[in-house]
Design a protein around this ligand. Structure first.
Ligand code: CA
Length: 234
């Protein structure tokens, strides 16, 4: 356990001792403090009493479902929650994101990826705490001037349709976070029919042609297959 009392505190919720040890060893080596909970009820109690900076949450818990844990914690907290799920829990993963999780990792995962997601989650929370959002968003070659309603790539104004612009802004305002198809279509069209999700794919393809240097290997907007999209920091 980190001796540094100002180190960030991570709540690790996992009933599998081997996975739990893997996670806590990695956190310890990188100077995080951690707290462990082995079931959902204790996770909710610890989230309230220990006020962690981030929660790593296994979805398959012995008592209450991980999604239920997110719903309970989200009733009072905006703490970043990264879900850790087995591949068989894919549908739950989407439910978890829609319930308010920020990100997910699928088992088996690499420790490097885990730590990268933890850093991104903590960074995003830190930026949110700094107060009102900047009126200009910059990410690599991309710049969005929210006030002017314009987006630029390498300084050149992009000619986006209103829907493409809305999708781009939604992803930018949630940079680093996986947004599910349902979340995006609800925000853009107010509904989430299969036809909306099909439309989203089309708009995403046209948007990528405009903002990605190589749309076949997108850098800014990553696809989470079967789940949704994430804008990543570049
Ligand atoms: Ca489990």
């Amino acid at each position: 356990m980190s001796k540094n009392p100002s180190a960030q505190l991570i709540l690790v919720v996992e009933d599998d001792a081997a996975v739990r040890n893997l996670i806590t060893c990695a956190l310890e080596m990188h100077d995080y403090r951690f707290e462990v909970a082995c079931d959902g009820e204790n996770a909710v109690l610890d989230a309230a009493s220990r006020n962690p900076d981030l929660i790593l949450l296994d979805l398959g818990l012995p008592d209450i479902d991980g999604v239920r844990v997110i719903e309970k914690v989200r009733a009072w907290s905006t703490v970043p929650i990264i879900v850790i799920s087995a591949r068989t829990e894919d549908a739950d993963k989407i439910g978890a994101l829609d319930a308010g999780a920020d990100d997910y990792l699928t088992k088996p995962f690499s420790v490097d990826e885990l730590l990268a997601r933890v850093r991104a989650g903590l960074r995003r929370a830190g930026m949110a705490a700094e107060g009102p959002e900047a009126s200009v968003f910059e990410n690599g070659p991309l710049k969005i001037d929210y006030a002017a309603g314009c987006a630029y790539l390498d300084g050149e104004e992009l000619h986006l349709t209103p829907i493409e612009y809305k999708i781009l802004v939604l992803l930018a305002r949630n940079v680093g976070k996986v947004l599910t198809h349902t979340f995006i279509t609800q925000r853009i069209w107010g509904t989430s029919w299969d036809s909306d999700i099909a439309s989203l794919r089309v708009f995403m393809a046209t948007l990528r042609k405009k903002i990605e240097r190589d749309p076949a290997h997108p850098l800014l907007i990553k696809t989470s297959v079967g789940v949704g999209y994430r804008m990543q920091r570049v």
